[in-house]
Design a protein around this ligand. Structure first.
Ligand code: FAD
Length: 501
């Protein structure tokens, strides 16, 4: 029996590796990266992490067959020519249908593939499905309920049957903006070793990419990922909570953990990062609101997204309930716009393959949503631009949460005017657009687009329970206001299309 490990399953402690089998197959396929202009740091990260992991397994005594090919099919042709009829075991791929596709490919070549649970997640499909019971995606799953179930089941931040501190959720303490002059704690930086530097050069030469590749900071080994976890818990976790939703000009990371790329590659396990954060709370080194906020992201949101994706696919991939079809404006690739918020957020993605959650949701997705961009195109942009992006995680976040192309994740869109950005950031202070203006010259583009979006989608949105307050504001605007809003929204769309917003 051979253990086949995918590029996002770099976990030497995985149960599949604990048996007697010491033969491992890894396939480095390159063809996918010819189809989209992936961020060079993402390609460098994935290929370097895979090669480091191969070397690590060999040091541990495993016999690793490491194949480089255009596609999995080509690699499997070579593999089965050398080991006819081999039996493979694989952790269930996180992307929809991956297990069935790979099983069929192995069958065609005369081998056999057994699929087992994926240790990259804390909860199994069976566990989520049992929790969900008769409810299905159409009925809507509630993240908060699943999160509480996971907290209870795994005894995370519990005080007997009650949540630690008496509340399940301290989100109301996690919406502060830092005082003027605050500088975020340093971020960890992992100097590329020889292997990573060689991969980065090869990526630059071999692929058409989008993004900068000169300052690579991402952990590529388990050792580095554990150092990143320690650094986060010791230096940044305390401020993670209060400033979780804040945005500050010139700062790309604030106090976020930057652990998603390591978690999604398998270099870190969800439970160990949670245990480490909880230990900091228990030793009095981090406050409850920060620790609970972090725990909720990891065992609440990350697990929940994975299962909702699993249950909502394949429909979720094509979902577009608001029928939004505009092309993504060129500023998403050029970064060229006078809007400080978008210029900062796109700039962070270009520089690091990363933007933090609120920039992803309330700037990058929000703009695409109120502008009317095609959600699938936005999903592709997130998929190729971010170091932590995989289909299972971008799709629910972009198609579900970010653009409300389906209502399986929330009952209302995360749409907002410039007010939200102004409240949670200092971006509007240096922006030439006036956040206080909705229409007319130099009015903040978010404002007219937001109202226009509500009007355009009134039929779908007015009835959704939680939009009542928004539509009470819509109802107060007279014809003259609407004419000015419409004119400004159309002007903004033209400017954005022309790349001159
Ligand atoms: P922190 O803010 O420090 O959070 C801790 C961890 O919680 C993260 O590392 C991540 O593993 C997990 N987490 C938090 N929120 C989510 C979520 N909504 N879904 C899944 N995991 C979550 N996350 C990805 O891992 N890959 C993506 O491609 C991705 N695309 C996104 C696209 C959009 C439009 C939105 C709104 C969110 C997206 N997210 C994605 C979720 C979240 O924004 C990132 O996980 C987070 O910003 C990563 O940075 P961090 O590690 O510093 O996270």
């Amino acid at each position: 029996m051979t253990v086949w490990l995918l590029g996002d399953q770099l976990n030497a402690d995985a149960a599949v590796l604990q048996g007697d089998d010491d033969h491992v197959l890894m396939v480095e396929a390159h063809g996918f990266a010819d189809r989209l202009p992936y961020h060079p740091q993402k390609l460098t990260l994935v290929f370097s992490a895979m090669r480091h992991f191969r070397d690590d397994l060999r040091d541990r005594g495993y016999d690793v067959t490491y194949l480089q090919a255009d596609s999995f099919g080509d690699a499997l042709d070579d593999y089965f020519a050398a080991r006819p009829g081999d039996d493979l075991v694989l952790m269930r791929p996180a992307s929809h249908g991956g297990g069935d596709r790979l099983r069929a490919m192995v069958d065609e070549r005369g081998g056999r593939l057994t699929v087992v649970d994926n240790d990259g997640f804390l909860t199994t499909p069976a566990e989520f499905d049992e929790w969900a019971g008769d409810r299905d995606v159409e009925d809507g799953f509630r993240q908060e309920h699943f999160y509480r179930h996971v907290r209870r089941n795994y005894d995370i931040l519990m005080d007997g049957d009650d949540p630690e501190g008496g509340e399940w959720n301290y989100d109301d303490q996690n919406r502060e903006t830092p005082p003027e002059g605050w500088t975020p704690p340093e971020t960890p930086r992992f100097e590329p070793d020889e292997l990573t530097a060689a991969v980065a050069d090869w990526v630059d030469e071999r692929f058409e990419t989008w993004g900068a590749n000169d300052e690579f900071v991402w952990p590529v080994t388990r050792e580095e990922a554990l150092t990143a976890l320690e650094q986060f818990v010791e230096v940044r976790l305390t401020e993670f909570g209060p400033y979780q939703d804040a945005m500050v000009e010139g700062e790309w990371a604030l106090s976020h953990s930057l652990l998603s790329s390591s978690l999604n590659l398998g270099l870190l396990r969800p439970m160990e990062v949670v245990d480490r954060a909880v230990a900091a709370y228990e030793s009095g080194d981090a406050p409850l609101n920060s620790v609970e906020g972090f725990v909720r992201q990891v065992v609440g949101w990350r697990e929940f997204m994975r299962h909702v994706y699993r249950r909502a696919m394949p429909e979720m991939r094509e979902a577009n309930q608001l029928n939004q079809t505009r092309e993504l404006p060129p500023l998403y690739t050029s970064g060229e716009t006078d809007m400080t918020c978008l210029s900062e957020a796109v700039g962070h993605v270009w520089e690091h393959g990363y933007a933090h959650h609120i920039e992803r949701l309330m700037v990058l997705s929000n703009f695409a949503l109120v502008y009317g961009a095609d959600p699938q195109e936005l999903n592709r942009w997130f998929h190729y631009g971010f170091v932590d992006a995989y289909h299972w995680v971008t799709t629910p976040n972009v198609v579900g949460m970010g653009t409300f192309a389906t209502d399986v994740l929330s009952s209302k869109p995360y749409a907002s005017s410039g007010n939200y950005v102004n409240k949670m950031s200092d971006y509007c202070m240096s922006c030439p657009y006036a956040v206080s203006k909705t229409a007319g010259e130099n009015a903040c583009p978010f404002n007219a687009l937001y109202w226009d979006f509500l009007k355009e989608n009134e039929e779908t949105l007015r009835g959704t329970g939680r939009m009542g307050l928004m539509y009470s504001h819509v109802d107060k605007k007279d014809d003259e206001e609407w004419a000015a809003i419409r004119e400004r929204a159309s002007e903004v769309r033209t400017l954005a299309e022309d790349g001159s917003l």
